[in-house]
Design a protein around this ligand. Sequence first.
Ligand code: 8X3
Length: 245
Amino acid sequence: MMITMTDSSVSRVAVVTGGSAGIGAAAAEALAHDGWHVVVAARRLDKLTAVAERIGGTAVELDVTDQASVDSFAAGLDRVDLLVNNAGGARGLEPLAEADLEKWQWMYDTNVLGTVRVTRALLPRLRESGEGLIINIGSKAALDPYLGGSGYNAAKFGLKALTRVTRLEEIDAAAGVRVTEIDPGRVATDFSLMRFDGDEARARAVYEGKENLVAEDIAEAIRWVASLPPRVNIDSMNIMPRDQG
Ligand code: 8X3
């Protein structure tokens, strides 16, 4: 499907990966409210279509770990002004001594290489925009190591490194894009359900009795960063619930 947005009367185009639920879906809704045409992208097309229908956006299937999927996704877009690299997640909370390398590989492939694949594919469109902006969704895990977090910490620290390098590279590029990292702390989403392989009791225990953020809190920050004049680059934002240090 070609998303043709060459008519200048058409609103600017935002791509949100991992857009079928959680922070991605909330961000898509907030951006659409601000007048963006939002292309929501994820693997779960049924959930994605529901989000797109709710916000008047476009749903496109995308697996950020699959280069062919990313290529065909990018080929269908002729305009992109904002890219929110939100697809990612954690798998497991084992100490390094018990590390499951398949989970580590998944975390690196999704959080780091997934961001590289999508960013690299859409950079030409973002530069053509003249006001291009990339927002990478990191994590508190990119700021503070924690027990059992080494695989996820490593992936999100890696994402932070590549975010900073992308920012530096775009400073010198013609019509370089702006690059922002938003690092959320504990947000009540399906994040922990994924981390614990669908174990609902374990996932619920992460949030019980705590002042958790909701996806809309992070969406509001994304919306604000995207609303700023093109001269402004927010390098990074760390957003925690009040009771998380
Ligand atoms: C997840 C953030 O604080 O729940 O990306 O580990 S936290």
